[in-house]
Design a protein around this ligand. Sequence first.
Ligand SMILES: *Cc1c(COP(=O)(O)O)cnc(C)c1O
Length: 458
Amino acid sequence: MDTPANITPEQLAELDARFVWHPFTPMKQWIAEGDGPGRVIADAEGFELIDTRGRRFIDGFSSLWCNLHGHRVEQIDRAVTEQLGRVAHTTLLGHASGPSIELARRLVQITPPGLEKVFYSDSGSAAVEIALKMAFQYFRNISQPSRRKFIALRSGYHGDTIGSVSLGGIAAFHGIFGPLLFETTFVDSPNPYHHPSGAQGGARVLAQIEEILSRSAAEYCAVIVEPLIQGAGGMLTHPPGFLRSVRKLTTDHGLLLIADEVATGFCRTGGLFACDAEAVTPDLMCLGKGLTGGYLPLAATLATQEIFDAFLARPHEAGTKTFYHGHTFTGNALGCAAANASIELLRQSHLPALLDEKVELIRAAVAPLCDHPNVGDIRQCGMMAGIELVADRDGPKFFDAADRVGAAVCRAALTRDIIIRPLGDVITLMPAPAMDTATLGRLLAGVTATIDEYFKAS
Ligand SMILES: *Cc1c(COP(=O)(O)O)cnc(C)c1O
C-alpha cells in the first residue's frame, strides 16, 4: 500500500468506503453518499476540525461529546508525550501505576462527597457494565441476593454492550437485541414535552418508581439515571428536583443509585458534574467521554466506601466477594496522564465559573427558533442543547424517521463550515465547554441560519 503521504483525499475516502465499517451508521447510505467536505478529518486545531483538503469546520459536537478544551491543547499534548517517554501502558492487575493513582485521587476530590474508590475501564459502556455488576454483586455480598433487578428510564442510553443495552430505553437502538438482554423495569422519561401531562412528567415518573418499590423493593438492586438530561434519547431535560427525589426514593427503599455521568460529566450541564446541581451523591457514578478531555479512551466507575467494603473478604472467602472484572487496558497510563492534565486545566482555566455566559449565549441564540413552524421543542441543560424539528409545530406532527430530516439539516450545516450531529430529528448542540465566545457565536449563528434556510428551500 502507498504511504499516507502519497494518498490523495479521493483515494482515502475510497479506501474508507472499502474497508471501514462505521459505528451507528447506515453503511449503504454512507457508501452511496461518497466523498464530500468534512468526511475525512486529517487535523484539528482548537475548536476546528480540518478535513483532508484543508477545509476547516467548527466542531459543534465536541467530537461526539468528549472534547472539553479543544484539540491539540498544549498542556494535554505535553502530558501524553511525557508519559509516552516513560511507558505507554502497564497493567493494574497485580501492579499499580503513578498516573492512575494520581487520577483516582483527583476524581475522588472533585466528584460528589462520599464517592471514595475509582475502578477504571476504557469506555462509557464498560463503566456502566461495571456499575451494574457491582450493584448486583454488592447485594449478594451483603446477603440480599433477591435484589437483582434494575429500574431505568425510557429513552435512556447507557452504552452498547449487552448489559448497558439491557438498561437502555431507545427502541431504535436496543429493540433488536431484546432476546439477549436481562429483564429491566422501565419507567417513563420525566421530560414533559413528550407527555400530554406536561410539567407533571417528573411527579408522574416518581410515582411510578414509588409504586414499583413499595410493591417489590426487595427485588431491586439499583435505579440508573442520566442525571438532569438524557443525552442520546434526544436531549431530554428533567424537571428540577427529579434527581434529588430519585436519590431519596432509592435511599428510603434500600437500593443503590447509579448516576451515568458519561455524557453529563465535566462541565456539560453548567457545573462540573450534573449531580452537583442537586447536591446528590450517587452510590455509583460512571464517567467516560470528557474524562481525558476527549483525548483517549478512558472511563471510570466511582463507588462509595460502603460498596467497596462489601467486596472485602477474608482470604478463605475471597472467591465469592472479590469483584472479578477487569480489562486489559484498565487504567491505561496515557489515558490517565491525559485525564490528569485535563482536570488540572479545568482548575487553572476556571472553566466551570466561565460557563454561565456561554450557556446564556446558547439560550439567547436558539430562542428565536421557538416561533419557527418546523421547530417543536427546544431543550437545553447547560452546554447541551437539542432543537427538535417537526413537520408541523401544532400537533406536533413529527417527520417520518425514514426521511432523515435531522441528518439532512446537519449535512446542510457543512456548507457553513459546521459539523454537528442529529439524534433522529433533534439537532444537537454540544460545543466544547472551553469554546471561546466568538467561535461559539459563529456556531450558533450558523446552525440557526441553516435551519431557517433548509425549511425555506424545502
Ligand atoms: C456515550 C454514553 C455512554 C457510552 O459510552 P461509550 O464510551 O460510547 O461506550 C454511556 N452513557 C451515556 C449517558 C452516554 O452518553
